[in-house]
Design a protein around this ligand. Structure first.
Ligand code: 5GP
Ligand code: ZN
Length: 119
């Protein structure tokens, strides 16, 4: 497990910065976005400090698979409405030109009734 002591999401995982937790297991953490765009907006992150999707390799296949499989279950749990009338959006900003602001890999999961603040 890699930890970057300067990373805001590593601090959230460690409980050094408070967050509204959605889910936790030995390798994945999920918490609500502090500035939600949508009625439901949480982040799904690996506990290990992977800076972005650009650093993901074959060694992360199982972890990334688990994150993607968790997303729909947590989306419903957090109040997204069922597919197809409801649904959700999974977004992963990567790098400066990809709009990434926090350098710890995260999947945004957003849903709930429109309109949303953005997107
Ligand atoms: P990015 O732009 O890197 O894809 O998204 C980073 C997200 O992290 C933003 O939506 C922002 O609101 C959220 N965020 C940044 N700092 C904090 C924090 O301290 N707590 C929580 N819960 N969310 C944060
Ligand atoms: Zn980190």
């Amino acid at each position: 497990m890699t930890v970057d002591s300067a990373c805001i999401f590593c601090k959230i995982i460690a409980g050094k910065i408070p967050s509204r937790k959605v889910y936790e297991d030995d390798e994945i953490f999920a918490f609500h976005d502090i500035h939600p765009w949508a009625p439901v907006h949480f982040m799904l992150i690996p506990k290990s400090h992977i800076p972005s999707m650009a650093q993901v390799g074959p060694e992360h296949e199982a972890l990334m698979g688990r994150m993607l499989v968790l997303a729909p279950r947590l989306a419903l749990q957090e109040g997204c409405n069922p597919y197809p009338q409801g649904g959700f959006r999974i977004l992963c900003n990567t790098g400066a030109q990809g709009g990434q602001e926090v350098q710890h890999l995260h999947l945004h999961v957003m849903g709930g009734p429109r309109p949303w603040l953005k997107g």
